[in-house]
Design a protein. Structure first.
Length: 351
């Protein structure tokens, strides 16, 4: 969340001005309430946490007030407030609010308290319904849903259609796609569409059989594709969610993929941490892989701990296999979402 200290109710009676940077927590649910926050500039989201998931209740903007639900009672905050932009607020102490409320007729005080209680009930009901809608949306028959079915089927049935050769077991792509059509009862155009996305993203590593020139995939690689299913699960509630939120650019993912290929060409261990000096990358990455080395493009990956940037000497530390899988999963999920939202893709391309 944020390291901003909880805002305790003020008893000084002095109006205070405070500024918050984007993404900062103004107050959290359960903290002492009472003070009012008048937004002089910026936007603030009011949210609650239901079943481990954040649910936005409202967005408050310049000229509006937050904290009204506890201003009468100074009880614990019923929801949390976080800035969507840089925000400047005037904090009206609870003591000032109390003085004003004391001048109101008793019946109006009762009305205000009843309003606060009903608003709390309404927010709780809204949060529950929002989660139900979100669950329905996530579980609808989307391309991501079908992709998970396909990947799980590929991993499970590849053993039964694999061909043993001197170099190891392989699966013929044409046979695999035909079996998927039968096993999953999916239309072939849909299977082909999803297969091409998985192929473009790098989740499926196709090779050409030397003798018969058929497209094949190694059995071991087919069986390991199940990590995509786990990745999709974690994009909803787990660690993988941050990778999609990061919104990697094409240049950023291309450089990460290039580093993986370069490590392989340098015969580095793919399942261990490898350190590649900047000097080596600057001199050879463009020639070897066709992608120039730009350190700035690794900043986002470093912040998410996909890679580590070293100094003295300057180098990048990378676990090629882990990075390769993560980048492929990110690309696949984004491309599959585009299939479900073609209008979004069209608008993005036009921009």
């Amino acid at each position: 969340m944020s390291n901003v200290k909880p805002t305790a109710p003020s008893n000084t009676g002095k109006v205070e001005e405070r500024s918050f940077t984007q993404g900062k927590l103004i107050f959290n649910a359960g903290e002492p309430g009472g003070d009012l926050f008048f937004i002089d500039e910026g936007e603030v989201e009011i949210f609650t946490v239901k079943e481990g998931q954040e649910v936005r209740l409202s967005t408050m903007r310049t000229g509006e007030i937050i904290g009204v639900m506890t201003c009468l009672t100074d009880g614990p905050r019923m929801a949390s407030a976080r800035t969507l932009t840089a925000t400047r607020c005037r904090i009206i102490p609870h003591a000032n609010v109390t003085k004003t409320v004391d001048t109101l007729p008793p019946w109006l005080k009762i009305v205000l308290k009843e309003y606060g209680a009903r608003l709390d009930q309404m927010n709780a009901s809204f949060a529950t319904q929002s989660l139900r809608v979100r669950e329905l949306q996530e579980n609808q028959l989307s391309h991501i849903y079908y992709a998970q079915l396909m990947v799980a089927a590929i991993a499970n049935m590849s053993e039964f259609i694999a061909i043993t050769q001197e170099a190891g077991k392989i699966v013929v792509i044409a046979d695999l796609l035909q079996r998927l059509e039968m096993v999953l009862n999916m239309e072939r155009p849909l299977i082909d569409r999803i297969y091409n996305v998985l192929l473009d993203a790098g989740l499926i590593r196709v090779e050409i059989e030397p003798e018969r020139k058929r497209q094949v995939i190694k059995l071991q690689a087919a069986q390991k594709m199940t990590h995509f299913v786990q990745f999709v699960r974690e994009t909803k509630h787990g660690s993988a969610k941050k990778y999609l939120k990061a919104k990697f650019s094409y240049k950023e993912t291309r450089l990460l993929s290039a580093l993986v290929k370069f490590a392989a060409r340098q015969n580095m261990p793919m399942d261990q941490a490898c350190t590649i000096p900047y000097d080596l990358l600057k001199e050879n990455l463009q020639k070897a892989i066709g992608v120039p080395f730009e350190e700035a493009l690794l900043a986002k990956a470093a912040n998410l701990q996909l890679v580590a940037l070293k100094t003295n000497p300057e180098a990048v530390e990378i676990r090629p296999q882990s990075v390769s899988r993560t980048v492929a999963c990110i690309e696949a999920v984004l491309k599959l979402k585009e299939l479900d939202e073609p209008s979004t893709k069209k608008n993005n391309n036009a921009a």
